[in-house]
Design a protein around this ligand. Structure first.
Ligand code: HEC
Ligand code: HEC
Ligand code: HEC
Length: 353
């Protein structure tokens, strides 16, 4: 038995020495031109596929992946973040992308074999040692728009459909890029910006830039313009006339419950009612407290879950908001969303309390 152990130990030492020599003298050729040794590509790719199938879990709360607003948001993000490597539907990949080792598959091929939860896992986690990057924020819910887009590619999205979906307004000003998503009052998942103060918008853009407010989509978007342009963009958007808001139909009892909750004193003496900070008739309003009137319901809902589950983040004032959200249950959130999403701007002048 002792012999066996001694032999194994000797083999291990020789192996380590051989490995060390290869590393120390640069004997391994890292040239991507040469490609991998025979069989290595197959080994890595098979490991990748099996690893995804093992780890990706089907969530209980998948959003509606056929929601056109979700697909458009995903397509617009894809256009700046992923297209350089995987190309658009019906478009050839660039020579440089095609020369990568391993080469990123063309979009049409990349989505073929996967179910939505697999695609979510791949886009959230990336693939080590391949150039496929992970999602640039510690947050999983904002990966779903990209998955919604990828599944519509599976269903056969055409080149003209893609072009129409990702079209930008005319002009060269930096805000034309932002208006692709934030134009016309935003969408169900993209907040309109004209309601907010320049101070709040500017603070939010800096928070996306330094990661204190996590969003893979906005982290990519702020990187598309120069940091010096951010203050001007905040000012420009704050000066736009706010769109009146979608004002969805909501059950009257739910809105009533939301109204009561928004005005009720909280259990924590340090935390005032929502309305004290966000209105209507806010008594403690500051330029850094966002206006909620006219924001779309799905966006409000997503943000309240983020505040409660992750503490969201943004300014130094975020701590106040974190406390205000920490004890809300799901039905409180539904009621508050119903109230603020249907609150007409002029109601704040009519209500006297
Ligand atoms: C810098 C280049 C690069 C960028 C940017 C990039 N990818 Fe990839 N992607 C790759 C490479 C390389 C692979 C192949 C990994 C492998 O085969 O092991 C890959 C694999 C994938 C796959 C799995 C395809 C398969 O082999 O089954 C999907 C899906 C995918 N990427 C989607 C995206 C999305 C969505 C984005 C943007 C959020 C993105 N990628 C950004 C390089 C990139
Ligand atoms: C691909 C779509 C997309 C583009 C392009 C985009 N945004 Fe956004 N923006 C979003 C989404 C989605 C959110 C919500 C993110 C979150 O959950 O925090 C958002 C949030 C914001 C917020 C926070 C608003 C609030 O009420 O808290 C600001 C400010 C903002 N964007 C400004 C900009 C500016 C300025 C640009 C151009 C440089 C831009 N965005 C480009 C999609 C986009
Ligand atoms: C003490 C003041 C305060 C109270 C009370 C408060 N908030 Fe906030 N809220 C804030 C601040 C400050 C922010 C922005 C923080 C940041 O981004 O750094 C915010 C952000 C939000 C946002 C995100 C808006 C956007 O455009 O992204 C929502 C939604 C929200 N609050 C809802 C509520 C609700 C509902 C309540 C009551 C349960 C509440 N808030 C109570 C101060 C407050």
């Amino acid at each position: 038995m002792r012999h066996v152990w001694q032999t194994l130990a000797a083999i291990a030492v020789l192996g380590a020495l051989a490995g060390g020599t290869v590393v120390a003298f640069g004997l391994y050729n890292v040239s991507a031109r040469v490609g991998h040794l025979p069989g290595v590509s197959w080994l890595l790719h098979t490991t990748f596929r099996n690893s995804v199938r093992l780890r990706a879990e089907k969530p209980d709360d998948m959003p509606d992946l056929r929601d056109p607003a979700l697909i458009e948001l995903g397509a617009r993000h894809y256009d700046t973040a992923c297209r350089t490597c995987h190309a658009a539907p019906g478009e050839a990949q660039s020579a440089t992308a095609a020369a990568m080792v391993p080469a990123p598959p063309h979009l049409d091929a990349a989505v073929q074999d996967w179910q939505p939860h697999h695609l979510h896992w791949i886009v959230a986690n990336g693939v080590k040692m391949t150039g496929m990057p992970p999602w640039p924020a510690q947050r999983d819910d904002d990966v779903w728009p990209v998955v919604a887009f990828l599944t519509s590619v599976q269903r056969g999205m055409t080149d003209p459909e893609y072009t129409a979906l990702t079209r930008l307004p005319e002009g060269k000003a930096p805000q034309t890029y932002c208006l692709g998503c934030h134009g016309q009052g935003g969408s169900a998942h993209v907040p309109p910006l004209g309601h907010q103060s320049a101070a709040y918008l500017e603070m939010s853009l800096r928070a996306y830039l330094d990661g204190t407010r996590a969003s893979g989509i906005m982290a990519q978007a702020v990187g598309e313009v120069s940091p010096e342009a951010l203050d001007d963009l905040a000012l420009w958007f704050a000066q736009q006339t706010p769109e009146p808001g979608p004002f969805p139909d909501m059950p009257a009892e739910l809105v009533e419950r939301g109204r009561a909750l928004a005005h009720a004193a909280t259990a924590d003496a340090d935390v005032p009612a929502c309305a004290a900070c966000h209105g209507p008739n806010a008594s403690e309003a500051s330029e850094l407290f966002p206006v909620l009137t006219g924001l779309p319901a799905p966006y409000l809902r997503a943000q309240l879950f983020l505040w409660r589950e992750t503490g969201r983040g943004g300014s130094r004032q975020a701590e106040l908001m974190r406390k205000a959200a920490q004890n809300l249950d799901d039905s409180d959130i539904s009621a508050l969303v119903a109230y603020y999403a249907t609150l007409q701007a002029d109601e704040s002048d009519m209500e006297h309390e």
